[in-house]
Ligand binder design. Structure first.
Ligand code: UDP
Length: 245
């Protein structure tokens, strides 16, 4: 049974990273290379220290969201495809930064673009992980109308990961009884059930992702990705965030 804390040495994990985590107020660009480097340092250090099998699903919200385009009158499926392509840009930025730390990676895309990256093939993803490469999933699951949260949950189940780690970028460091930005008295849970998240509408990930994880008994650790050293602590199994199971 997964726990929020404990030794994760040698474990297979999926980390979901929002696209906005790669941006910052210090830069006008969609990607702040200094932020990506800091995250990459944490990721590479955790992988080598803990011998992890780590796959990362990157979002694309810093570049484009399907719903943004839809609100502008762009066809939803087209707009979602634009969003998926945004995640590929982020995946390449992350690959570059992680490899500069000496950690081998492979980007696997759900939309085929053979000149850029390998296509996502489940058994190949597992093989890369077994060989110690960080796998970066790009283009979500390749279908419009979905998010990278749901894609991360799907891939985690497919590759038989033990846990999905959902790194938030909004300064909220776990699951709270209410929105802590609106209700200052809201309390953070160390652990919460899927049923509680659904019935109390705690909104930590999209509901499709939560339901999928519940049905497939895949625990989720929600934590603040941007806090210094947080990625390393979450990957290492330190006391951090909220475990949903
Ligand atoms: N997207 C999609 N199918 C997928 C994954 C993503 O259509 O399987 C599109 C969708 O338009 C989404 C955008 O890609 O808005 C960026 O992904 P997401 O919003 O999940 O990124 P994040 O919020 O994590 O940065």
């Amino acid at each position: 049974m997964a726990s929020a804390t404990g030794d994760r040495r040698g474990r297979r994990l999926v980390l979901k990273m929002s696209g906005e985590a790669l941006a910052s107020s210090a830069s006008d660009e969609a990607i702040d290379a200094a932020v990506v480097q800091r995250l990459a340092e944490d990721i590479a250090a955790a992988c080598s220290e803990l011998d992890l099998q780590l796959a990362i699903m990157v979002g694309g919200g810093n570049i484009w969201r399907g719903t943004t385009g839809e609100a502008m009158g762009i066809d939803r499926a087209t707009s979602d495809t634009m969003g998926m392509l945004g995640t590929v840009i982020n995946a390449l930025a992350l690959q570059d930064a992680v490899e500069r730390q000496g950690q081998p990676t492979r980007v696997l895309t759900a939309v085929h673009m053979a000149e850029v990256a390998e296509p996502y093939i489940r058994r190949r993803a597992i093989r890369h992980l077994e060989k110690g490469r960080v796998v970066i999933f790009a283009a979500g699951m390749g279908n419009p109308y979905f998010t990278t949260d749901t894609s991360a949950a799907l891939r985690a189940a497919e590759i038989e990961a033990e846990m999905l780690l959902k790194g938030t970028h909004s300064g909220v460091d776990g699951v709270y009884s209410a929105d802590p930005k609106v209700e200052p008295g809201a309390v953070r849970f160390d652990e919460v059930t899927f049923m509680d998240v659904i019935s109390r509408d705690l909104r930590v990930m999209d509901l499709t992702a939560i339901t999928f994880c519940k049905d497939n008994k895949l625990p989720i650790l929600v934590f603040d990705l941007m806090a210094p050293g947080a990625v390393r602590r979450a990957l290492a199994g330190g006391q951090i965030g909220t475990l949903i199971r």
